[in-house]
Design a protein around this ligand. Structure first.
Ligand code: HEC
Length: 200
């Protein structure tokens, strides 16, 4: 299994050099630089929404950085620009991989309207509810790894515009790996957002 660990550079204060026995995660994990400021793909016309709504949604999705999780490779620094917003084969661990060998992992979903692998069967209300409450179309409560609590206070016009934009994207067929519960062994790479502090 390939393991990746994303270290929040400014917050990572683990000082492994002070004692001979201190554990240095960099012995086991590679440090990576995440990509930022990804372009947003251009949407097609969609009869259900105005061009202004779609354009507003494109602006919001770029502003809120949805693509930095939901684009293959973006989490490990090499985004696939042909698959913008079409989901990530790199997962995000939600329990600490430094404490348990097989943490739980979620994979950012394909947000393009492909029926089989994306959100092609979602209505705009389903997308709005997901962003405001974290409850997916399948009635599952999403972990806050998908940062829906940050989106709760967006104006309904903005959330609807995000839905309009996503539903107007060209569909991309790309199946992301299945989420893993704690204890299940990952076969696809994952990162972990960690904030660590030295005990010394
Ligand atoms: C920090 C990473 C991250 C960011 C940023 C992020 N997401 Fe997510 N998102 C996820 C993960 C991980 C999942 C899968 C959650 C799960 O399966 O429980 C997800 C799931 C979703 C889903 C559900 C799709 C499905 O098929 O179940 C939607 C819709 C969604 N995100 C939209 C967005 C939008 C729109 C934005 C920007 C406004 C965004 N996300 C930003 C990580 C992220």
């Amino acid at each position: 299994m390939t393991k990746y660990l994303l270290l929040a550079a400014s917050l990572f204060t683990l000082n492994a050099c002070t004692t001979a026995t201190a554990y240095n995660p960099l012995d086991d994990y590679r440090q990576l630089n995440p990509a930022t400021n990804l372009p947003t793909p251009t949407a097609m016309s969609n009869g259900n929404f105005t061009a202004e709504q779609v354009a507003r949604g494109q602006y919001m999705v770029g502003l809120l950085g949805c693509g930095s999780c939901h684009t293959n490779g973006a989490l490990i620094g090499t985004p696939d620009l042909q698959q913008l917003l079409a989901g990530s084969d790199t997962g995000i661990a939600w329990s600490n991989p430094l404490l348990e060998p097989n943490p739980g992992i979620v994979y950012p979903a394909n947000l393009t309207p492909d029926i089989e692998t994306g959100i092609g069967s979602w209505r705009s209300q389903d997308i709005v509810r997901m962003l405001q409450t974290g409850v997916s179309k399948h009635k599952e409560q999403s972990l806050t790894v998908m940062p829906w609590p940050s989106y709760q206070k967006l104006h309904i016009e903005d959330v609807t515009a995000i839905a309009a934009y996503l539903m107007s994207l060209p569909p991309v067929k790309h199946q992301v790996p299945t989420n893993l519960k704690r204890g299940q062994k990952a076969t696809a790479p994952f990162i972990h957002f960690g904030v660590y502090q030295s005990k010394q």
